[in-house]
Ligand binder design. Structure first.
Ligand SMILES: Cc1cc2nc3c(=O)[nH]c(=O)nc-3n(C[C@H](O)[C@H](O)[C@H](O)COP(=O)(O)O)c2cc1C
Length: 332
């Protein structure tokens, strides 16, 4: 029987399937269900600083406080205690489960990232995923400024806690390798490629705007996993569009140590984890692989480039323009 154990952000996972941050991991019973279904780890539903901002506004409206006191609360006084519910959940879940629990946070104010991280570490989380996202709205702010913030936040957190830290990136980054390299230099233990978000839409009947769910892009994740794997000293997890065991095998071949998924579990239930793992096991047997590390990164850009087996294959990862592909497929 092949060994499915994998090492991800310094944690030992029984297999590479991670239930990504979503409502399925938002309660102790949810975490237990993920473990029972066979997940290698879970990432908890993110806590968002904004959630607590809202509560403060209610507080500000309902309690007669000096404006400076309200300002203090808004800037962090009360927010310091915001992760309590998640911390309680971690404490309880750690008593009942064995799988690694990775917490997830999204903060707006720079001061709160380390403060939240500290409380989460104290609660016993095995790791922490930083769900960092800025919508680059400002006309006069260059992209590099936003990207520097990722590194700044990571550094602040690494100076505060010693549990492993993963950074979950958006695909809308000018140079994924540069940022990944900078994060690695700053002690990042894993990078998750990629997060996806709500997307805007317009209802042309009632002229109203609305948000729709985004969609994970499996091949985009595959490209960047393959282009980064083993070129930076940092583990990679894919995230987006994983549908079955074949997709998991592809991500590991590209160089991922683990693969996160959510939509698949919403669509087919957590029981599908068994099928995904069965497909992985069958494929490993067929190819005589005994362990994940035996084939992880076998088709990464770096491995192919080094082996000079077939540069045409490595070139697939950075070939993005149409012309050659159309020629190859005899379309033109
Ligand atoms: C209902 C739902 C809620 C989500 N909530 C979060 C969240 O709180 N934090 C986060 O980082 N990602 C969140 N995500 C994104 C997932 O963690 C993950 O990156 C993505 O869903 C993976 O793509 P897949 O759904 O195609 O597998 C959410 C996804 C879904 C479907």
């Amino acid at each position: 029987m092949p060994d499915l154990i994998t090492s991800y952000m310094g944690l030992k996972l029984s297999n590479p399937i991670i239930v990504g941050s979503c409502d399925l991991t938002g309660s102790v019973s949810g975490i237990l269900r993920c473990e029972e279904a066979g997940a290698g780890a879970v990432v908890l539903k993110s806590i968002f600083e904004e959630q607590f901002m809202l509560k403060e506004d209610i507080l500000a409206k309902n309690v007669s406080l000096h404006p400076e006191a309200v300002d203090y609360l808004r800037k962090g006084g009360l927010l310091e205690y915001a992760p309590q519910k998640m911390c309680q959940m971690i404490i309880e879940a750690k008593k009942k489960t064995k799988i690694p629990i990775i917490a997830s946070i999204n903060c707006q104010s720079i001061k709160l990232w380390p403060s939240f991280a500290k409380q989460i570490q104290e609660a016993g989380a095995d790791g922490l995923e930083l769900n960092i996202y800025f919508l680059p709205l400002e006309l006069k702010t260059p992209g590099s400024k936003y990207e520097e913030s990722y590194v700044k936040i990571l550094r602040e957190i690494k100076n505060t806690v010693n549990i492993p830290i993963a950074v979950k990136l958006t695909a809308q980054i000018t140079s994924v390798p540069y940022l990944a390299h900078k994060l690695t230099e700053s002690g990042c233990d894993a990078i998750v490629l990629f997060n996806w978000f709500l997307e805007p839409d317009i209802n042309i009947k009632n002229l109203k705007t609305r948000n729709i769910l985004g969609k994970g892009n499996f091949n985009q994740s595959l490209r960047w996993v393959a282009l980064l794997a083993d070129r930076i000293d940092c583990d990679l997890a894919s995230s987006g569009g994983l549908k079955n065991g074949k997709d998991l095998i592809k991500q590991v071949l590209a160089g991922a140590s683990a693969a996160q998924a959510c939509t698949l579990f919403y669509q087919k239930g957590l029981k599908v984890i068994k099928d995904v793992l069965a497909e992985l096991v069958a494929w490993m047997k067929e190819h005589h692989y005994k362990a994940i590390e035996d084939f992880r990164g076998e088709l990464s850009f770096k491995t192919q480039e080094l082996s000079f087996k077939d540069m045409g294959e490595a070139d697939v990862y950075f070939r993005a323009q149409y012309l050659k592909a159309y020629k190859k497929f005899n379309v033109i």
